[in-house]
Design a protein around this ligand. Sequence first.
Ligand code: NIG
Ligand code: FE
Length: 412
Amino acid sequence: MVSCDLLIENAMLATMDESERNALPYGEIANGGVAISGDRIAWVGAMSELSSRFREDAASILDAKGRWVTPGLIDCHTHLVFAGDRAREFEMRLQGASYEEIARGGGGIASTVKATRRATDEELFSGASKRLSTLQSFGVTTVEVKSGYGLDVETELRMLRVARRLGTEHPVAVRTTFLGAHALAPEYVADRSGYIDLICETMIPKVMDEGLADGIDAFCEGIAFTPDECERIFAAGTQYGLPIRVHADQLSDSGGAALAARVGAVSADHLEYASEAGIEAMAKSGTNAVLLPGAFYFLGEEQAPPVDVLRSQGVSIAIATDLNPGSSPINSPLIAMNMACVLFGLNPEEALCGMTRNAAKVLGMSGDRGVLREGSCADLVLWDIDHPSELSYWIGPNPCGAVVQAGVLKSS
Ligand code: NIG
Ligand code: FE
């Protein structure tokens, strides 16, 4: 018989489970309960259907007192590990310089690369650790972390080791992504293909020798890499079975969405300038969209991603913070959800789905995370709210009351 280590009772459940019988918005179950056994959800449903054995056997019981419970939030696109900040560039942009002009002038990603190369492992870890703790305080239980501020073999490896260490020292699930193709390394300005060779022939094999990456990403953009260059890199990643992500069509229509579809990417991220044909191709290849409203907001962009086309094509939409020092210094998943609603026209249910069920798809964790369902990992959040739309509504306050991470209750 399945043991019950923790029973949460008298909760309003936003299961986010589309297979949920009642098919209410948010997969709602009023006056519900969740029985947890080890790190798994053993039962979820209405209290009226709770089997007496779960209640009798429960090692501990948490009365949610009518509070809302959702799956743990999943931030599926971050650049959490970096050194320094780009506040001076923020000032320059406010005086009229564009993100692209700053990047072409040697600032932008390159300036964070300088700071990151200089930082010790301990400095990288402690900065990222603080940011991760903040995300966790807002209910994040799974986070993706990219490399891409090293752009040399050793610093890319160091960033990914730090990301792995975050997952062992924080009670949070960490997925790592190798992003050696974030920008051209300064040593290779006159030898683009030399840098691509370095990525394919040296960085990827070394990263995979140490088991440091769960996925591979590239920035497909005028100021970064062409679709052809990205394709070479993805081909090398595919040899190791790495799922592909693409920074696609953020600042211009660079053919990123079509590229993502062509290479069978699990996601195309940003997509402000994605063409209709690109989105149609994504729909056919089953490529997920990841929208990053923090970068859109912070860069003062004017063209929003084609959300209506994504919807009509049935492309799954995830939302993430894109937490990074240059384009999205946003340390809150809830603010990203608010921005997705206000700036991109999502509704609060789509925004929460984008930070739970749909984000799990992007990280290859569909069904296991991002939903409250029997057999899923017991990652969930108790919120001090009257309705889940509030998660996208408040700007700043933190209604996170308690988090259960892999079956362990962290605070209440
Ligand atoms: O996702 N677009 C490329 N990469 C980041 C920006 C990184 C930076 O400016 O440091 C992004 O927005
Ligand atoms: Fe990014």
